[in-house]
Design a protein around this ligand. Structure first.
Ligand code: UDX
Ligand code: UDX
Length: 458
């Protein structure tokens, strides 16, 4: 069968995989190929055990794989066979040299651009899917168009707004799709081609066309605003704990104001995930490099409050468990950075686990999907930790439980059974405010939630 378009995606990660699965499912007339340098990852995409856990993804891949969706590690061939190339390789925070800890490390992006250039025999559209600093497109275009072979490249920015755990839903029914390109005839034509892909299932009024820099900056700004809401509510949660106000009641009351809105106001142990911290630090770095110190400090504070909130969680545990957790067994329920994903990148649980080990606690880590990643994150101290998928067994003989991920599973545990199996007095620290605190208190637990007065039996 002849396909209408040949689409390639370089980078088969949390972004590339689900995005291409949805494009393939919605557009049977296109051939979609996903390549990655990581051969093991490609093998997993071609197996029954996909490399990432995402609700609905398995079904979608089953329906489309080897029909119009293909996974391969032959990057060179992939480049030659396609007209449109999405790039979703990782852009982690730089760990070395200038801008270490803040700027984005663009080495994989640049390497990929050079690879596209060296293997291309025809002109192509290159789509930035990875989150990139503003004006990266220009640099990429310079690299790509620095050839004397008569082929040209248009770089289009199409940032991804999907959230893990709801990726398929977000992709199938997005609030908006943003496509930025240069305002030249070539740029506008390339943008139209990308619009055409999404128009197969996204209502036209939700597809925004903009210039390329607005598009790049919108992505960083969206993540900074989302993270800022969490830091805002978390900062108020600390005040609630001092004043007997209840953070859920405050969030509900302010969220009813349609100008504020109810979403993203859940106080928590802190935000995690591969994007928020990385993108804010990147924004901070860009502001500094343009001499906008005040703006940089403003956004930096969002990350600082998050670190502080994680630290506060540990201090709270220590203060309430008689100032020592040494030799005490503590069950951490949840390790993923949020529910419905196995992803643990930047999860607050990593910091909490490390801090508790420093305090010489004996910790048991439990999670329905993220134990494999947890083991990797805690490799350095792995021998000091028990990994236990069953939450009941994790809690057995524990002095305290800390809820670190809002998995539904933890809402419906038989807490009487859990309580009876624990060392008394039993403590529960709900870092996600998902449990029925009054009921837990009645069972006998000493209950500490985020932004609420503690419920103690002594
Ligand atoms: C990543 C970033 O986190 C995000 O900010 C960005 O917007 C897109 O890329 P994600 O898909 O979650 O998102 O990353 P990851 O799961 O690490 O996937 C990236 C993939 O690219 C990896 O599988 C890696 O092997 C692959 N890769 C990386 C290449 O194929 N070639 C390279 O040169 C570098
Ligand atoms: C985020 C953005 O939402 C998405 O648009 C972008 O493409 C990538 O980054 P993601 O990190 O996958 O997505 O998940 P998100 O749902 O945004 O959650 C991020 C973190 O914030 C999680 O740790 C979550 O638990 C936390 N969070 C979220 C809160 O603590 N409170 C809230 O009210 C919402």
């Amino acid at each position: 069968m002849e396909f209408e378009k040949n689409i390639l995606c370089i980078g088969a990660g949390y972004v590339g995989g689900p995005t291409m699965a949805v494009i393939a499912a919605k557009c049977p007339q296109y051939r979609v190929l996903v390549v990655d340098v990581d051969k093991e990852r490609i093998k997993a995409w071609n197996s029954d055990r996909l490399p990432i856990f995402e609700p609905g993804l398995q079904d979608l891949v089953k329906k489309t794989r080897d029909k119009n969706l293909f996974f391969s590690s032959e990057v060179q061939r992939g480049i030659q066979e396609s007209e449109i190339i999405f790039v979703s390789v990782n852009t982690p925070t730089k760990t070395f040299g200038q801008g270490a800890g803040r700027a984005a490390d663009l080495q994989y992006w640049e390497k990929t651009a050079r690879e596209i250039l060296s293997h291309s025999k025809t002109s192509k559209i290159v789509v930035e899917k990875s989150t990139l600093p503003v004006r990266t497109a220009t640099a990429m275009e310079r690299i790509l168009n620095g050839n004397s072979r008569g082929i040209s490249f248009e770089v289009v920015s199409n940032p991804e707004f999907l959230a893990e755990g709801t990726a398929i839903q977000d992709l199938e029914n997005p609030d908006r799709v943003l496509i930025g390109a240069k305002e030249t005839p070539g740029g506008i034509k390339a943008r139209k081609e990308i619009v055409e892909i999404y128009a197969n299932w996204v209502p036209r009024e939700r597809i925004i066309e903009s210039n390329v820099w607005s598009s790049e900056l919108s992505k960083l700004t969206a993540n900074a605003f989302l993270a800022q809401r969490i830091s805002s509510i978390n900062s108020i949660s600390a005040l609630c704990e001092k004043t007997e106000a209840d953070i859920n009641e405050v969030a509900y009351a302010i969220g009813m104001d349609s100008r504020i809105g109810p979403k993203f106001l859940k106080a928590s142990v802190g935000f995690g995930g591969s994007c928020f911290k990385k993108d804010i630090m990147n924004l901070v770095y860009i502001c500094e490099s343009y001499g906008l110190e005040k703006v940089a400090q403003y956004w930096q504070a969002v990350v600082e409050i998050n670190d502080w909130q994680e630290g506060r969680f540990i201090q709270n545990m220590l203060a309430n468990m008689f100032n020592t957790v040494a030799e005490k067994r503590i069950a951490l329920l949840g390790f993923a950075f949020k529910a419905n994903t196995g992803d643990t990148r930047e999860s607050p649980a990593i910091y909490i686990a490390q801090a508790l080990i420093e305090e010489r606690a004996r910790i048991v880590v439990s999670d329905p999907e993220a134990l494999e990643n947890a083991r990797k994150d805690l490799k350095r101290i792995e021998d000091k930790i028990i990994f236990e998928p069953d939450p009941y067994r994790a809690a057995e003989g524990a002095h305290a439980i800390a809820i670190l991920t809002e998995w539904d599973l933890y809402k419906t545990l038989d807490y009487e059974r859990v309580f009876d199996s624990m060392v008394q007095p039993a403590f529960i620290f709900d870092g996600r405010n998902i449990l029925h605190h009054k009921r837990l208190f009645e069972i006998g637990f000493n209950v500490f939630a985020i932004g609420k007065a503690p419920l103690k039996h002594f």
